[in-house]
Design a protein around this ligand. Structure first.
Ligand code: ASP
Length: 335
C-alpha cells in the first residue's frame, strides 16, 4: 500500500444560497456547523486510517443525506406535485469509474445506490439509472428501501406551499437570480440550494467526488438537474481534480461546470483556485448559474468558491483541525 507525502483532505458542502447572519438564527447556525464538523471529523479519521477517497466521500454524503438539515435524502425538497425525486452521483478519480441514479423515490440513501451502479458498471454496465429501474437495481444490490413518505419533513412542505402561493412562475427557489447583480438578494430560506457533496484526496494520492440532492423546490416532476450528471454536478480525475457542485442545475449542466474546472486545470494549466473561481464567478453567472462548488486537486489544494451570499461548507486535512463555514466573509482554505 503506497502512501503519498501529500496530507489527505476532505471537503464537504451542504448547499449554497442567500445565507446571511440576519436570516439564520444563532441556534440554526450552530446546528449546521455541528453537523458539518461531525461529518468532517469522521471523514478525517477514516482518511488518517488510510481509507480510500471513494469510500470516504460515499460515507460523508450518506451522513449528509441522513441529516434532515440538508436537501438530500431525508429533508429533501418537494416537487410541484408534493413528492420527492432524488438524484445522486459518485465518481472515482483513479479510473474514471462513475455511478449515478436519478428520480428515485424509495431509496433511503441515493448515494449508496449510485455507488452500487458504479461497482456494477465496472463490468461494463450502465453509469446512470433512473426511476423504477434504478430502484429495482438498488434493491437487488442490497440498498435499503423506504416508503416515499420517509423523506417528508414539515419544513420542506412549508417551503413548497410558500413557493406555490407566492409565485407560480418562478418554479425554482432562485428568485434572486432575476435581480440585477447589484441588488442584494432577498434573505429567504427558500432561496437556497441544499444539495450535499464531498470531495477527497486520500493518502494513496487518489481523488473522488460524490453529490446527492432532492433537486429544487417545486421542480417539475421528472426534472433532473446537474447533481447526478458526470461532468456537470460531479467529477473526479486523479490527473486533475475532484469537484461537487450546488446551485441552479440547468446552468451547471449547460456549463458542464465540474468538468470545466478539470479542463482548465488539465489543458490551460490553471492552479485549482483560479480554475474553480473562473467557472463559478465568470462562466456560470451569465447562464443564470447561482451557486458554488467544492474542489480538491491531486496536490491536496482545496477551493470552495460560490457566487451566492453563503455556502454551507467545510474541510479537514489529516492532522489539522476541521474548519466549517457558512458566510462569504469567513476565511477559505487557500488564504
Ligand atoms: N443543483 C441542484 C439541482 O439543480 C440543486 C442544488 O444544488 O441544491 O437539482
Amino acid at each position: 500500500m503506497s502512501f503519498s507525502t501529500t496530507p489527505a483532505v476532505i471537503a464537504i458542502h451542504g448547499g449554497a444560497g442567500t445565507l446571511s447572519r440576519a436570516s439564520i438564527s444563532p441556534e440554526q447556525q450552530a446546528r449546521y456547523r455541528a453537523a458539518l464538523d461531525e461529518i468532517l471529523r469522521s471523514a478525517q479519521a477514516s482518511l488518517a486510517d488510510g481509507a480510500a477517497a471513494i469510500d470516504v466521500v460515499t460515507e460523508a454524503v450518506r451522513q449528509l443525506e441522513e441529516c434532515p438539515l440538508f436537501n438530500a435524502g431525508r429533508g429533501a425538497v418537494y416537487t410541484a406535485d408534493a413528492r420527492h425525486e432524488l438524484d445522486a452521483c459518485v465518481m472515482r478519480g483513479s479510473d474514471l469509474a462513475a455511478g449515478a441514479v436519478a428520480g428515485v423515490r424509495t431509496l433511503r440513501n441515493p448515494i449508496l445506490a449510485a455507488r452500487a451502479v458504479m461497482e456494477a458498471g465496472e463490468a461494463g454496465g450502465p453509469v446512470l439509472l433512473i426511476g423504477d429501474g434504478a430502484e429495482r437495481f438498488a434493491a437487488e444490490h442490497g440498498c435499503e428501501t423506504v416508503a416515499p413518505e420517509w423523506f417528508d419533513t414539515p419544513e420542506r412542505l412549508a417551503q413548497l406551499h410558500a413557493m406555490q402561493a407566492t409565485d407560480s412562475t418562478a418554479l425554482d427557489h432562485d428568485g434572486a437570480s432575476q435581480l440585477a447583480p447589484t441588488v442584494p438578494a432577498p434573505l429567504d430560506e427558500r432561496d437556497k440550494f441544499g444539495t450535499v457533496g464531498a470531495v477527497a484526496l486520500d493518502a494513496h494520492g487518489h481523488l473522488a467526488a460524490a453529490t446527492s440532492t432532492g433537486g429544487m423546490t417545486n421542480k417539475r416532476p421528472g426534472r433532473v438537474g446537474d447533481s447526478p450528471l458526470v461532468g456537470a454536478g460531479c467529477y473526479a480525475n486523479d490527473r486533475t481534480v475532484a469537484v461537487s457542485c450546488t446551485g441552479v442545475g440547468e446552468a451547471f449542466m449547460r456549463g458542464l461546470a465540474a468538468y470545466d474546472v478539470s479542463a482548465l486545470v488539465e489543458y490551460v494549466g490553471l492552479p485549482l483556485r483560479f480554475a474553480a473561481k473562473r467557472v463559478v464567478m465568470d462562466k456560470l453567472p451569465p447562464l443564470g448559474g447561482r451557486g458554488g462548488l467544492i474542489a480538491v486537486d491531486a496536490r491536496g489544494n482545496v477551493a470552495l468558491p460560490f457566487n451566492t451570499e453563503g455556502m454551507y461548507r467545510g474541510w479537514a486535512r489529516v492532522g489539522e483541525a476541521p474548519v466549517s463555514a457558512i458566510y462569504a466573509d469567513e476565511a477559505g482554505p487557500e488564504q
